[in-house]
Design a protein around this ligand. Structure first.
Ligand code: FDA
Length: 309
């Protein structure tokens, strides 16, 4: 936890960001987890993944949204990305991951702002033959994000949502979502939440993941199994067989740079695998979060920073 807190503090540090981007080795380590700063970088990564038989979902990492202009800036970044994906003919393998906060949800009057912005993106994406999924953020935004999801989905039914198995409510959310044809990405969850609303032990979080996954796999929608956990991947594969799911009706999803060999192994075995590709000017805090999740990543990065990578 101490290391994690230190890393979160480091994520705010401009000096650490410049150090991380200053040498070819540290840049290379960063590039393992982040596509780069521009839409061109993201599209290049999407093309490389497509070449390896993988799909992708792309997130723009932009400056914090503090007013309507910055929310518009975020929408424009995604529109530029869609243009670049169109030029590269990558729509059959790419979709967008979008944070409700980047669409303006946390601003005064944010529900309406985020709805207008997200609908605009969903409309352009649908016109080009792709779709978007709403990432899930901290607990306070879960209900507003669900409201946004239902409102956007009523016009753009392919829109997806993320649910977090560490939340006590998620099993019930999944039972409800499973009655619809929704695309639902099931993750463990990445924020620090209180014991009132969230399971705290990895065993409880994993059990909740399995119960939620069972509902989704038995339901009518498209479960997006987003985990790197070998045991959960095995359970998901067994559930897919038990529920007679065609392989086109569910996906495995993992983060760029995390267990890349497993991504390729699953794809080679015939599974649909989608890789989460982050890019944009604010890549450094994202990178630090990924470091915090796995001490081995941290030592890789620190060695690289020290010139011994
Ligand atoms: P867990 O953390 O238990 O890891 C299991 C194993 O996977 C580890 O033992 C290790 O081998 C490997 N591993 C995991 N993380 C690693 C890393 N960073 N580097 C190297 N190895 C690693 N969260 C959220 O709250 N809202 C969201 O919208 C999303 N969206 C999202 C999309 C996608 C496609 C993925 C894969 C994940 C998310 N997440 C998320 C993050 C998620 O909540 C969670 O924090 C991470 O996926 C890590 O959890 P695992 O399920 O991999 O299990």
């Amino acid at each position: 936890m101490v290391v994690r807190n230190a890393l979160v503090a480091a994520s705010q540090s401009g000096a650490m960001k410049s150090a991380a981007s200053s040498t070819p080795i540290t840049r290379a380590v960063a590039r393992r987890f982040v596509a780069g700063e521009s839409a061109v970088d993201a599209v290049q990564t999407a093309a490389d993944l497509a070449g390896a038989g993988l799909h992708c979902t792309i997130e723009h990492l932009g400056p914090e949204v503090t007013d309507e202009d910055s929310a518009q800036h975020s929408v424009n970044a995604y529109l530029k990305l869609l243009e670049a994906l169109q030029a590269a003919d990558l729509f059959d393998r790419s979709e967008l991951s979008v944070k409700a906060s980047d669409m303006g949800l946390d601003l005064p009057g944010g529900a309406e702002i985020a709805l207008a912005n997200t609908k605009r993106l969903a409309e352009v994406a649908a016109g080009l033959g792709t779709l978007l999924i709403l990432d899930m953020e901290a607990y306070a935004s879960v209900d507003p994000t669900f409201d946004l999801f239902h409102a956007v989905r009523s016009e753009f039914p392919q829109t997806g949502i993320v649910v977090q198995s560490y939340l006590r409510r998620t099993e019930v959310d999944c039972e409800q979502l499973a009655r619809t044809a929704a695309r639902v990405r099931l993750v463990k969850g990445a924020f620090d939440e209180s014991t009132e609303v969230a399971f705290q032990t990895s065993q409880d979080i994993d059990l909740s993941y399995v119960r939620s996954l069972k509902s989704l796999m038995n339901g009518k929608g498209v479960p997006l199994i987003a985990t790197h956990d070998p045991r959960l991947i095995e359970i998901a594969s067994a559930l897919a067989v038990r529920t007679n799911r065609e392989r086109s009706t569910y996906e495995f999803q993992m983060l760029l740079g995390v267990r890349p060999e497993e991504q390729k192994r699953l794809a080679a075995s015939g599974e649909k695998v989608r890789v989460y590709v982050p890019y944009g000017p604010q890549w450094y805090p994202y990178l630090v979060r990924r470091m915090a999740e796995k001490p081995a990543n941290l030592s890789l990065f620190v060695r690289a920073l020290a010139g011994r990578g």
